[in-house]
Design a protein around this ligand. Structure first.
Ligand code: DQA
Length: 151
């Protein structure tokens, strides 16, 4: 099993950017935790961070043939990007939307996601643990699918 992990704009600043909302960990540290969890679960991860919508979409197109699902922290693109939504939908692979902060406890625009409607689910508010919870939820879903349809 192979999972694609997508981190959107400004997440390269984690560790320095508003730790009260996003926690103290850098993106590298979060990726390390995720890789450890994935190793424990026996799955492969491929990941990307970009500040550019088109680069994220190109990456989805490149990876979609070889991943079983996605973890997506779209950052602010989640509030605005129909193009990212279309790319994820076109990939035909399930995804969990991830946010470090509780987007519903912040400015009203953050509570709106254009991706959530087509996501398997959304995990928001647990800082770095949001990614780990989302990985387990995605894997539970994918393994249940395999059990239903061993083909
Ligand atoms: C975020 C929440 C978004 O509203 C914000 O634009 C981000 C990070 C989060 O992980 O909490 O950049 O996706």
């Amino acid at each position: 099993m192979r999972i694609g992990v997508l981190h959107g704009p400004n997440l390269n600043l984690l560790g320095r950017r508003d730790p009260t909302q996003y926690g103290e960990l850098t993106l590298d540290a979060i990726d390390r935790l995720l890789r450890e969890r994935a190793e424990d679960r026996g799955v492969d991860l491929v990941g990307v961070q970009s500040n550019h919508e088109g680069a994220l979409i190109d990456w989805i197109h490149q990876q979609m043939g070889s991943v079983d699902g996605w973890l997506v922290n779209p950052a602010a693109l989640g509030h605005t990007s129909y193009a990212l939504r279309d790319a994820l939908e076109a990939s035909g692979r399930p995804f969990v939307e991830v946010h470090l902060s509780n987007v519903h406890a912040r400015e009203p625009f953050r509570g709106r996601s254009v991706l959530a409607e087509i996501a398997l689910g959304v995990v928001s508010g647990f800082r770095a643990d949001s990614y780990l919870v989302a990985l387990d939820a995605l894997l539970a879903h994918l393994t249940a699918d395999l059990a239903d349809d061993p083909e």
